[in-house]
Write a protein that binds this ligand. Structure first.
Ligand SMILES: *Cc1c(COP(=O)(O)O)cnc(C)c1O
Length: 365
């Protein structure tokens, strides 16, 4: 029996254990400690942003950002229909309404050309998501936001280190939000971070993150906040991961290049594109299974499973699921969603693993 290949797996071979041990030995295991400050400073610097606000997870980061920008009931926030559900849920948590925008065929991201038709007098913000590690067309999105006086919150949960026109994503918005969940580019187990260049927003997010407690007066709460703090234990893992982020991204890219070379001539498979303006990070290795492939996407997933190879379907468009069900048609998002598959994408993959996976796929008749 062949060895099981998981779809994702963290790589914790750096100083993760050493730094976590330091937390345990010193007793600093909760949400104060040197690793939190260190992680915030180093990660914000990595993205060329001034301030980092670490959070308990990426969903908390998005909710914190929306709340700090004053998004509330009666407001509308534009988001792509094709994304992970957290982007929509966090808008709903604030009482505002998520308004869904169609996907772009070539990048799978929000279609910048279809944003303006969704803007109303209630629209306050837009959340571009750099889906599956490919940057959105930020110049176009920034133009639209400026013209219509909208905030931009980048959802960078899947794209740490990706670049748009030579600049790191996460630096194109009022607040950008990252996730450090176990399968992301770098992980803290669970974790997240908001980045901003605005001192006032930084202060507001730090207060909101800590139950809305006044910085000057202990147990005085001028606003109702949340407990969205990251622990020193999580941050210790994050600091160690960040020390190796370039290596981790490079390894993923090498894996994707090998995958691409072995799949590019297989009939019925479309590879993930990379626009001229973009340097993607290969978060999940993605392909589309077209009609002229011998079996359907779901059949392919079963065949892979029989061969001890894990995979995932793409996200469903948000508007086909019960909480956000709508009769509006999003043919591009629906088509990409039906055809898309994530193949094993861990940095731990060996050349032989990728050869085994692609050989199963290319031998299907
Ligand atoms: C992972 C992810 C999130 C949420 O992050 P968590 O840390 O799991 O809460 C948000 N948006 C997108 C696009 C994601 O992929």
């Amino acid at each position: 029996m062949d060895k099981f290949i998981p779809v994702a797996e963290p790589n914790l071979e750096g100083k993760e254990l050493e730094y976590v041990t330091d937390c345990i030995k010193s007793g600093w295991i909760s949400s104060s400690g040197k690793y939190i400050v260190d992680f915030e400073e180093k990660f914000s610097k990595y993205c060329a942003m001034k301030y980092g606000i670490a959070t308990s997870n990426g969903t908390a980061a998005l909710h914190l950002a929306l709340t700090a920008l004053g998004i509330k009931k009666g407001d509308e926030v534009l988001i792509p229909n094709l994304t992970f559900i957290a982007t929509a849920n966090t808008v709903a948590y604030t009482g505002a309404k998520p308004i869904f925008v169609e996907a772009e065929k070539k990048t799978w991201n929000i279609d910048a050309k279809k944003i303006e038709e969704k803007i109303t007098s209630k629209t306050k913000a837009i959340i571009p998501v750099h889906l599956y590690g490919h940057p959105c067309d930020m110049d176009k999105i920034k133009d639209i936001a400026q013209k219509n006086n909208l905030y931009i919150i980048e959802d960078c949960a899947e794209a740490h280190g990706a670049e748009y026109k030579g600049k790191k994503i996460g630096s194109f918005s009022d607040i950008s939000c990252f996730s450090f969940y176990g399968n992301k580019i770098i992980t803290t187990g669970e974790g997240g971070m908001c980045l901003t260049n605005d001192k006032k927003l930084e202060e507001k997010m730090k207060v909101l993150r800590d139950h809305g407690m006044s910085k000057e007066k202990r147990y005085w709460h001028p606003i109702a906040g949340f407990n969205y703090r990251m622990t020193n234990l999580q941050a210790a893992v994050g600091v160690a991961q960040l020390e190796r982020i370039n290596e981790l991204i490079e390894k993923r890219r090498k894996n994707a290049v090998l995958y691409d070379s072995l799949l590019k001539n297989v009939k019925g498979i479309t590879l993930q594109p990379e626009e001229k303006y973009a340097k993607k990070v290969c978060w999940m290795y993605c392909v589309l299974i077209e009609k002229d492939f011998p079996v359907s996407r779901d059949q392919l997933m079963s065949i892979l499973k029989e061969n001890e190879i894990d995979s995932r379907p793409f996200f469903y468009p948000i508007t086909v699921m019960p909480p956000y069900k709508s009769d509006e048609k999003f043919p591009v998002a629906e088509d990409i969603s039906k055809k898309g598959i994530n193949l094993p994408s861990s940095v731990n993959l060996k050349k032989e693993d990728i050869e085994r996976i692609t050989s199963v796929i290319s031998h299907i008749k």
